[in-house]
Design a protein around this ligand. Structure first.
Ligand code: SF4
Length: 326
């Protein structure tokens, strides 16, 4: 690990001032410290924001939820408001990482976490994300865990977060505070697809800090849930996952929200699946038809072609569970 400066701040103004000067924000540290140990990340200055007052979970005036950026994953998963209104968020958190990590890691840090591409974490490998212009070892390497959606010639790494998939499905908003004040960014635009600049992963301006994630209100009752398929049943990242939310009124689907994880360079919204469901009556055949659209546009690599069919089956199964026809 390289030497670095460390500052602990207790108010957002001081945090942003330090961030503007190039300091990297750190809270739970469950990703960044690992990467610093491996010299994948070499920040010259860390700004510890864990004392900032961003740990509340509140109901918004419209009936949605606001989750503070420094809420621990375990606390968000256990919160009665989260569990009762958006089970998909609680389930995605409970299926993430390990209990120890969930007790340390924060919601803001979770969506900021970096890819698990093994070449990114191997400083001897070519990686455009870690070292722009050096190439991408995964394209011709072992790419079983990589993306089938949203990749480019520069990078095909998946985004590793589970709760980000739930946020994408629910069309959450990321609240930011920076040198120029507050702003809100739709979740779909917050995490960037790699294109030719895979090192630029979020739509953050210099010094900006995530303060909260807001989930909009939906007509009730909204049923939701998260399914994660992985090589082992704990402490493993998704091969595929599905976050589904449905509202059925008078026997007809009025709200359909869906996103997939483990398959995209960002949490992958599934608009074709959603559109196929709206206005129809729940049935096993409807779930199967809709799920066929989950992999629209997929471009498998040499070792991950299996994800196309696995994604469709993951989405179909979770539609059946959430839709109540299981
Ligand atoms: Fe690096 Fe992305 Fe290629 Fe992995 S897929 S080696 S993160 S450029």
């Amino acid at each position: 690990m390289d030497p670095f400066a460390y500052t602990r701040v207790s108010d957002t103004r001081a945090a942003i001032a330090a961030g503007r000067q190039g300091g990297r924000y750190i809270a739970g540290g469950t990703t960044l410290v690992d990467l610093m140990r491996e010299t994948v990340e070499r920040p010259g200055s860390l700004v510890d924001i864990s004392a900032l007052p961003l740990r509340d979970i509140t109901v918004t005036p419209g009936g949605g939820l606001r989750i503070g950026a420094l809420v621990r994953m375990a606390d968000a998963a256990a919160d009665p408001k989260v569990r009762s209104t958006y089970p998909v968020i609680a389930e995605s958190l409970e299926l993430s990482a390990s209990a120890q990590l969930r007790n340390m890691a924060t919601i803001g840090g979770n969506i900021m976490q970096r890819t698990r591409c093994t070449y990114f974490r191997d400083v001897t490998a070519n990686c455009n994300k870690r070292s722009p212009g050096s190439g991408c070892a995964a394209l011709d390497g072992i790419n079983r865990s990589h993306a089938i959606l949203g990749g480019s010639d520069a990078c095909v790494a998946t985004h590793p977060s589970d709760v980000a998939v739930a946020f994408a499905a629910l069309e959450a908003t990321v609240r930011l505070l920076g040198p120029d004040g507050e702003r809100a960014v739709p979740f779909a635009g917050f995490l960037r697809q790699p294109g030719s600049t895979p090192d630029r992963e979020q739509a953050l301006r210099p010094g900006e800090l995530i303060t909260a994630v807001e989930i909009p209100a939906f007509p009730r009752p909204l049923r939701s849930g998260y399914l994660k398929v992985r090589d082992r049943q704990s402490y493993e990242f998704a091969l595929t996952s599905a976050a589904i939310a449905l509202q059925v009124q008078d026997g007809v689907i009025r709200v359909a929200k869906a996103a997939a994880g483990g398959v995209g360079t960002v949490p992958w919204k599934l608009p074709a699946v959603e559109q196929h469901l709206l206005g129809k009556r729940p049935s096993d055949s409807l779930w199967a038809e809709a799920a066929q659209r989950a992999a629209d546009g997929a471009r498998p690599l040499r070792h991950n072609g299996f994800k196309v069919e696995l994604l469709k089956r993951t989405v179909e199964r979770q539609l059946r569970v959430v839709g109540g026809t299981r």
